[in-house]
Write a protein that binds this ligand. Sequence first.
Ligand SMILES: NC(=O)C1=CN([C@@H]2O[C@H](COP(=O)(O)OP(=O)(O)OC[C@H]3O[C@@H](n4cnc5c(N)ncnc54)[C@H](O)[C@@H]3O)[C@@H](O)[C@H]2O)C=CC1
Ligand SMILES: O=C(O)[C@@H]1CCC=N1
Length: 268
Amino acid sequence: MDILIYGYGTMAGAMVDGWLRAGMDPARITAYNPRPKNVPQDITFTTEIPDRSFDAVVLGFKPHMLGDIAPGMAGVVRGGIVLSILAGVELETLAEELPDARGWVRFMPNLAVALGKSPNALVERGLGESDRAAVTALAEDLGSAEWLPDESQFELVTALAGSGPGFVYRFIDALASAASELGLEEAQAQRLAVQMVDGAGALASASEHSPRELASRVASPGGMTQKGLDVLDDGGALEKLMTNCLAAARDRGIEMGREARKTAGKDS
Ligand SMILES: NC(=O)C1=CN([C@@H]2O[C@H](COP(=O)(O)OP(=O)(O)OC[C@H]3O[C@@H](n4cnc5c(N)ncnc54)[C@H](O)[C@@H]3O)[C@@H](O)[C@H]2O)C=CC1
Ligand SMILES: O=C(O)[C@@H]1CCC=N1
C-alpha cells in the first residue's frame, strides 16, 4: 500500500515517524504540503499536488479546510482509501467531498504515534475485508487499532484518546507546579512528575488490575496517599471535572463537524 500524506503538519509528521520507526519502507511514503517542511530522509516530499493516485491518502490538514481542498484531491484519492485524522469530520462529509475514493476511514491517533504508543480509534465506510486488515495493520504499527461499530461516540473517543495527551500534560504540569509551590525546586518537580506518570502509566498498561484497584494498592490504610485521594474524591471533584472536560472537547468536535459541512456547502 503506497501512502500519500496530504498536509504534513504536527500530527501527520508524527504518524510518518511512527511508521518509519515500525520499519515501513520509506519508498511507500509521499508527503505533500503547500509550504516546504523538514521531513525524514528517504520519504518523497513535494509542494506540488502529485498527478497520480495512491492506495491510501492521509488527510493531515485542518478540518475546516476540507471544503476548499477536496476538489483538488480528486486525482490523488481516485480508487484509494481516505484516512482522515480531521477532528469532527464525519464519514458522510468525507464520502460527499471525496467521492472518487473506494473507502473512507476516520483514523483518530494521538501524538504518541511517533513512539508506536497511540490508541487509534477507527470507523469506516466502504472497506472490504482486506482493506480493513490493511488499515488495522497501519494503525497497529502506530500503537493499537480500536474499531468502533459506528460513529455515534467518535467525538467522545477523540476527546479521550486524541485530545487525552493534552489533558495528561496539563495534569503533570499542575502536579509539578503544586510541588514547586509547596517548596520543591521547579525543574526537579517537573522531572519527578514526568517520570512518575511514565512509570504509573506503564504499570497500569502491564497490570492485570484496574486503575481504581491500583490506586487503592498505593494507598496504605491510614497513610499519606489516602489523605491526598480524599481531596481528589471530595464530592466527586476529579470525576466531575473530567466529565466536564471530556464533554466540552466532545461538543467542540461535533461543532467542528458542522463547520466542515458548512464550508463544504452541505449544510445551512
Ligand atoms: N495535533 C494533534 O494531537 C492531533 C491532530 N489531529 C488532526 O490532525 C490535523 C492536523 O492537525 P495538526 O497536525 O495539529 O496541525 P498543523 O497545523 O501542524 O498541520 C496542518 C498542516 O496542513 C498544511 N496545509 C495548509 N494548507 C493546506 C492545503 N491547502 N493543502 C494541504 N495541506 C495544507 C499546513 O501547512 C500544515 O502543515 C487536524 O485535522 C486535527 O484535527 C488529530 C489527532 C490529534
Ligand atoms: O485539538 C484538536 O482539535 C485535535 C483533535 C484531537 C487532538 N487534537
